[in-house]
Design a protein around this ligand. Structure first.
Ligand code: AMP
Length: 470
């Protein structure tokens, strides 16, 4: 069993890790930290929940701290790009925490909030900049940020950034960085686009792979319960009570359903709030804070809103609806059982979603038992209906959250408007107006709608608590 000091980290960092309560490095930390300290480019396959943030933040701080810059020229020496505001905020919080005994300064910048405080922050001097791509481009265009001193670049959740359509923004940012630098790329999955990006970006990278691609963490008990679409809400309320869930993160595909379900659960006496891209940053932060304190029992979220949310020891994730993109299943259930704690994922699946379920089984290389909960049995004659993704829902490959990527013209694709003067729209996530179920994703999952599948042949009665899929 190694500890953090044995990985080569200096005492000021080890102390900060200890103060956070961690003594044993997670696998991604044990593998990545020495490589990054040695100056290698690193390509890491690690999904959220593995401790990947500290795996790059700690050695990044160590390298910058070991060669402090002249105090007169405090321009960013490390740049971390993340897909969402929440993740940016959480990464920067980690930088601040782990760097508390160093003299390094960090700044987080994302859209949806005023740009001026960020400009002031940059003027005061920053060593480590954590940003979403859209807002960083705003600063580049306004020449309020100087990236000519970047020695270390981190692309965090790179697959998600590409999913959200940030590739052009990323390439434009890359084009202004010094050519000689250390590159770290973290991604849960490695579709072709990521491999291309890595190929163009990295010099002789060292590869690390923590969970095998497309596999779900072994320690997460996963259960699939087949029911009718009209029974899901009552089944969910029933599960809360019968299984005595204190808290659950509940996923829907659309913002509209997230809102409605939160209201319905609330009316049934299960305190709930929705969190999605149409909510203001303040509303999202508040909902998350209330959930973290335990005041809310259910947080109902869409995929993108939940991305990067770090909730320690979240025991239950519920897929009220299966995601259109099989990879999102892996990301969703990765919200539970983080860094060692055990958790459970329960999917409520109706006839419309059988094809999606099969896609998830293919991707995660497992076969679920189709459970049935007494009192919520599915109608054996039910026919599949097309899956509605809601107005303004984008097809998965072009999803975006708040920092809407631009097209060639440099204009935002968003119609969410707002944010003049380079600010990002607060509600850009409904921007493209694309709807429909096109999957278009390149990793070979099923997508599309189910078409009258009959129920699976291996249904059985739910035996109370979720059991392992395999
Ligand atoms: P991440 O994958 O970076 O999102 O981290 C997942 C969770 O694991 C976060 O709550 C971290 O604070 C926590 N964590 C990170 N490193 C460790 C560690 N060495 N031991 C226990 N928990 C950790």
């Amino acid at each position: 069993m190694t500890d953090f000091a044995a990985l080569g980290l200096a005492e000021d960092l080890v102390r900060a890790v200890r103060e956070r309560g961690y003594t044993v490095p997670t696998p991604v930390q044990s593998q990545a930290i020495p490589l990054i300290l040695a100056g290698h480019d690193v390509l890491a396959g690690a999904q959220t929940g593995t401790g990947k943030t500290a795996a790059f933040v700690l050695p990044l701080l160590a390298r910058l701290g070991a060669a402090a810059s002249a105090p007169t020229r405090r321009i960013p020496r490390a740049l971390v790009l993340t897909p969402t505001r929440e993740l940016a905020a959480q990464v920067e919080e980690s930088v601040r925490h782990y760097g508390r005994h160093t003299k390094l300064h960090s700044l987080v910048m994302f859209g949806g909030v005023g740009i001026n405080p960020q400009i002031d922050g940059l003027r005061r001097g920053v060593d480590i900049l954590v940003a979403t791509p859209g807002r960083l481009l705003d600063h580049l265009q306004q020449r309020t940020v100087d990236l000519s001193g970047v020695e270390i670049l981190v692309l965090d959740e790179a697959d998600r950034m590409l999913d959200m359509g940030f590739i052009r923004d990323i390439r434009r940012i890359l084009s202004v960085l010094p050519k000689v630098r250390q590159n770290l790329l973290f991604s849960a999955t490695f579709p072709e686009e990521i491999r291309e990006l890595a190929g163009s970006l990295m010099r002789d990278p060292k590869h690390i792979e923590i969970a095998r691609l497309g596999t779900t963490a072994d320690r997460i008990a996963q259960q699939v319960i087949i029911t009718d679409r009209g029974h899901k809400k009552d089944l969910l309320a029933h599960l809360f009570e019968s299984r005595q869930w204190q808290q659950a993160l509940v996923f829907t595909r659309t913002k509209h359903l997230a809102n409605r379900l939160a209201e319905q659960l609330d009316a049934l006496g299960i305190s709930a709030m929705a969190i999605h891209g149409n909510k203001s940053q303040t509303a999202r932060t508040r909902a998350l804070a209330e959930f973290k304190t335990g005041r809310l029992r259910a947080l109902v979220a869409t995929d993108i809103a939940a991305r990067g949310i770090d909730i320690n020891e979240l025991p239950i994730v519920v897929n009220f609806e299966l995601p259109m993109v099989a990879e999102d299943y892996v990301h969703r259930i990765g919200r539970t059982a983080r860094a060692g704690s055990s958790g459970g994922a329960v999917s409520l699946v109706c006839v419309d979603e059988f094809r999606l379920l099969e896609g998830i089984e293919r991707l995660t290389r497992q076969r679920f038992t189709r459970d049935i909960e007494a009192g919520f049995e599915p109608d054996p004659n039910a026919r599949a209906q097309p899956i509605e993704q809601g107005r303004g829902q984008r097809p998965p490959q072009s999803r975006q959250f708040s920092d809407a990527p631009r097209q060639h013209t440099g204009q935002r694709r968003s119609s969410g408007g707002g944010g003049g003067g380079g600010g990002n729209s607060r509600s850009a996530s409904h921007s493209s107006g694309n709807s429909g179920n096109s999957n278009g994703n390149s990793h070979g999952n099923s997508g599309g709608n189910s078409n009258g599948n009959s129920y699976g042949d291996s249904q059985r009665r739910a035996g109370g608590n979720g059991q392992r899929a395999r």
